[in-house]
Ligand binder design. Sequence first.
Ligand code: ADP
Ligand code: MG
Length: 266
Amino acid sequence: EKEWPRPDGCRVITIANQKGGVGKTTTSVNLAASLAMHGAQVLVVDLDPQGNASTALGVEHHADVPSIYEVLIEDLPVGDIVVPAPEIPNLHCAPANLNLAGAEIELVSKVARESRLRRSLDSYDTDKFDYVLIDCPPSLGLLTVNALVGGDELLIPIQCEYYALEGLGQLIRTVDLVKAHLNPGLNVSTILLTMYDARTRLAAQVAEDVRNHFGDVVLNTVIPRSVRVSEAPSYGQSVITYDPGSSGALAYSEAASEMAHRGAPE
Ligand code: ADP
Ligand code: MG
């Protein structure tokens, strides 16, 4: 594969949208796989108790595997839980499991509860990675807040359906609060339109509304709805390796290329 330009320093990109099922995990895993296959060193931090990103990367994450829960709650160094994803060189994962469900509550009484992921990443040599992608759970609770404080960039996947824009206001308000109080450098750098169904006028309308509203941060590439994309995780694979020629794989690869070539925001 051709090498893409690599960033000067590590780009820490949080992938968030409090709606479930909009493609956060699919986007995290497939962008990570694409970037890794084009020469970048990539770490996926799984911050969802469902552990879907860990599953899709083929990484073990049963209850006894040291996971992001121990990092957030027990101060285990993040380096102690990072494991290589078996399918793709250069790709790593900090796994999550159901223990993390308890963290949402346990964090409430912790010191610096919103900044625990940031602190952990700061004391880790993230510069050995070109990209750290943080996959968020479907809520705006403390786990997602930790991801917003821990990241430099925010990528919002938006599903091209009727209620797509509903709830985005709440996400943006949360981002503004985080910027005002906890992470002034956070930048909404990227919006990706997912699960696009070219047969419907609605999808085209939603895409147009999102582009009118958010402008240049919306990637030109749109991810089509594709059965291969939804099949890949059950084989512990990204669609990039599961079916490289499929429309979903090509689209995710194109989206990742756009991100790499745009580079980090100023
Ligand atoms: P989230 O992490 O936001 O909850 P997921 O990435 O898990 O969303 O996606 C929700 C569901 O939709 C999953 O079953 C996933 O496999 C499927 N899916 C995601 N993107 C696509 C796509 N482009 N085409 C078809 N199915 C998709
Ligand atoms: Mg998910």
